[in-house]
Design a protein around this ligand. Structure first.
Ligand SMILES: Nc1nc2c(ncn2[C@@H]2O[C@H](COP(=O)(O)OP(=O)(O)OP(=O)(O)O)[C@@H](O)[C@H]2O)c(=O)[nH]1
Ligand SMILES: [Mg+2]
Length: 317
């Protein structure tokens, strides 16, 4: 086993270094972003898999004897999961398969995904303040409408807040929706006003759903439209991401939203998507927890829950 740490300007560059120095089989062990730089630790297993027996002696294990890795590898390749993440999932699968020789590929994958990813219900995340961010048209407002509907159905009181003053009529859709749902609606142009509103006690709302302008994360001045709002408050920050985006674009884009504070991932347009490699890769690299998914443009359809079972089903479909 060789382990090496890398420092690079961005994730793409870091991945190039990993490939150059450790080869295509390298697995990412950890990564984080600090002051805009990516720090990443990767490793490569050049011999065999090992397991520790009771006597703490190392014994080689014939991993192929236990389950059919090829089927899982083929599925992950079909979905275009980035190599390093694919290998990490397969390594987890091997270990699960080793410990549970009777398990099917699907069961092995489910357990492996459960180890590798975190899954939270949309309304059950840590903070009652939920801020949605993403590229234009990625489904932020639709997701808010769906979440607010669910909250309403559960008897919770929520408020919808827009901070989107970047395009004409941006708020009309959400405001009209809030009216239909009989939910309070506010619009704040300035981060300061949002901050004052959120911190104003006593909280009479069970949930605050905050919409932000859709931005191109590759343009700094667009990022600056969301940054002050994100920095001004503590919230669960949700990245809505079109599930069908190609994996490398998705990763570079998501990395910037992670820099803006996003820790939760909500894949959208799953109904229009066959290959979810972007989603799987992004969640692993950026250490996002899944918090539901959008599988329809219809608000009545609500948000779908994402867990290891549904993710495994999508991968093996
Ligand atoms: N098929 C499908 N359409 C969706 C889904 N989510 C959103 N849409 C549609 O995608 C379009 C954009 O959705 P919005 O919710 O307005 O996206 P947004 O991120 O708020 O867009 P901006 O505010 O313009 O940045 C709308 O036509 C939605 O109906 C989904 O899961 N599936
Ligand atoms: Mg919107």
């Amino acid at each position: 086993m060789r382990i090496k740490s890398f420092e690079a300007a961005n994730m793409t560059e870091a991945m190039q270094l990993v490939r150059q120095q450790l080869g295509g089989d390298a697995v990412i062990l950890s990564n984080y972003t600090l002051n805009g730089k990516v720090f990443l630790t990767a490793g490569v297993d050049e011999t065999q898999d090992f397991d520790f027996n009771k006597d703490n002696q190392i014994q080689p294990i014939d991993v192929k004897a236990h389950f059919n890795e090829t089927a899982l590898r083929d599925a992950l390749e079909y979905h275009d999961v980035l190599e390093a993440v694919r290998e990490k999932i397969l390594a987890n699968c091997r270990e699960v398969g080793r410990n549970n020789p009777g398990m099917s590929e699907r069961q092995v994958l489910e357990v492996a995904l459960d180890r590798q990813y975190q899954f939270l219900p949309m309304l059950g995340t840590e903070s009652k303040v939920k801020m949605f961010m993403g590229t234009p048209g990625s489904g932020k407002s639709t997701a808010i409408a769906k979440a607010a509907t669910k909250a309403k159905l559960r008897g919770n009181k929520s408020v919808i807040v827009s901070t989107d003053n970047s395009k004409a009529g941006a708020n009309q859709q959400l405001e009209a929706f809030a009216k239909i749902l009989n939910v309070d609606f506010f619009f704040f142009k300035e981060a300061r006003a949002l901050y004052e509103f959120i911190r104003m006690p006593p909280y009479e709302y069970d949930y605050f759903f905050i919409d932000t302008p859709g931005i191109n994360p590759f343009i700094d001045r667009e990022v600056e439209k969301v940054a002050p709002f994100s920095e001004s408050i503590k919230a669960d920050k949700v990245l809505t991401m079109d599930a069908g985006r190609n994996v490398r674009d998705a990763l570079e884009s998501a990395d910037i939203f992670a820099g803006l504070g996003a820790t939760l991932l909500m894949p959208t347009r799953l109904d229009l998507t066959r290959r979810i490699g972007g989603v799987i890769t992004v969640a692993d690299y950026c250490k996002f927890s899944f918090c539901g998914a959008s599988v329809s443009s219809s608000i009545a359809a609500g948000l779908a829950q994402v867990d290891s079972k549904s993710l495994a089903r999508l991968i093996l479909a």
